[in-house]
Ligand binder design. Sequence first.
Ligand code: PLP
Length: 386
Amino acid sequence: MVYLDNNATTPVAPEVVEAMLPFFETHWGNPSSLHTFGSSTKLHIDEARDKVAALLGASDSSEIIFTSCGSESNNMALLGAASAIRGTPHVLTSQVEHAAVLGPCAKLEKEGCGVSRISVDGRGHLDLDALKTVLAECDDPMLASFMWANNETGVVFPVSELGALVREADGILHVDAVQAAGKLPINLQKVPVDMLSISGHKLHAPKGIGALYVRRGTRVDPLLLGGHQERARRAGTENVPYIVGLGKACELALEQIDTDARREADLRDRLEAGILSSCKGAVVNGDPECRLPNTTNISFEHLEGEGTLLMLDDVGICTSTGAACESGSIESSHVLKAMAVPTALVQGAIRFSVSRYTTDEDIDYVLERLPPIIERQRILSPRIKN
Ligand code: PLP
């Protein structure tokens, strides 16, 4: 199998598995217990918190709250901060966010908040003028949420600039860094971000663990009520093995971020150049100069991505399409649509995302198998009209 769907999920690093195992086998106590067997696991949670804080450049590890996933972190940031704000906030976000941000924004809208969804241009970049207009014209307290990097195209938003603009308007900025963490350097002591979400399974930790950074002084009401875990910010007995796993994954990511990024960009660039030169009608979506190092989103004109994905799957290559199959009909990517990518290209989009475990041989194999698949698709499938 050649796995090029690392923006969907990544393999768990062997070092992470090794770090987690003792917390299933021997140190399985409850951190809230008064006896030493249980309470000694607290130390390992604290160590993991330090490692997550280090990856993000947080000034204090108490600013890290462990959650169950990136979606929970995003929900907690938006719903928790909106609930803690005095008055009704105006929510500011973009049209290309992940569903785990768009969902809570829609809920807040239903509850009476104004929501502005800023558009993007054809390369996937935010319309900063539109953003500045909303910030200048709105008197309500501002709650903004933007992604650091887009999961479909890899396009990176100007987080420092966004932070400065939101701060100038006395607003709160949440950043969904689920795709950026471990791939791009993050230093929360340098960027004016108030909350930031990460997810374990996107950076070689398991599924089912995430974290939310909350800058000291930012008020966020808890979503989960009950026990006093996570300083009463998120109730529920801590998932110690997974927390330890996330800590280890963050430590590895920090150690290897430069070498991983360079290697991944080389592999991605070779894959992309090979596809563009060997497949007719192939077009890259998103600004190639301002992307995650591991991602390329390529449309094959007039083809249906679903068919290409299935043919690639038949030869053991895992990718993802820019469209999702929902209740039997193919729903086009909201990201590519927001970028005004023509229909004949939207439907044919395939996302390739590499990781530190992708090899040169993997890329060679895709470059050997993909061009004939595209040719066959062109003969077999009806043309998609603009
Ligand atoms: N945000 C972004 C940008 C993502 O890509 C994803 C997952 O694909 C999420 C949030 C949700 O993360 P999780 O799967 O951990 O809930």
